[in-house]
Design a binder for this molecule. Structure first.
Ligand code: SF4
Length: 58
């Protein structure tokens, strides 16, 4: 798959699920950006999907 296609797919996922995500907003407020980022990567299925797509980038 081409990089541009992967990036477009990631963009779409983020627009659909991450824009205005309440969990991230709340975690950032309560525990800071780093913890919120860790949650997205390790504990959210959306974040996991984004990570997997990102790993295909060349
Ligand atoms: S990865 Fe999950 S928790 Fe993080 S912003 Fe996206 S939907 Fe919200």
């Amino acid at each position: 798959m081409k990089n541009t296609q992967i990036i477009n797919e990631i963009d779409l996922i983020m627009q659909k699920y991450c824009d205005g995500c309440f969990v991230r907003t709340q975690l950032r407020k309560d525990k800071g950006k780093s913890i919120a980022h860790q949650f997205c990567i390790h504990s959210c299925t959306v974040g996991e999907e984004i990570k997997q797509k990102g790993e295909k980038l060349q």
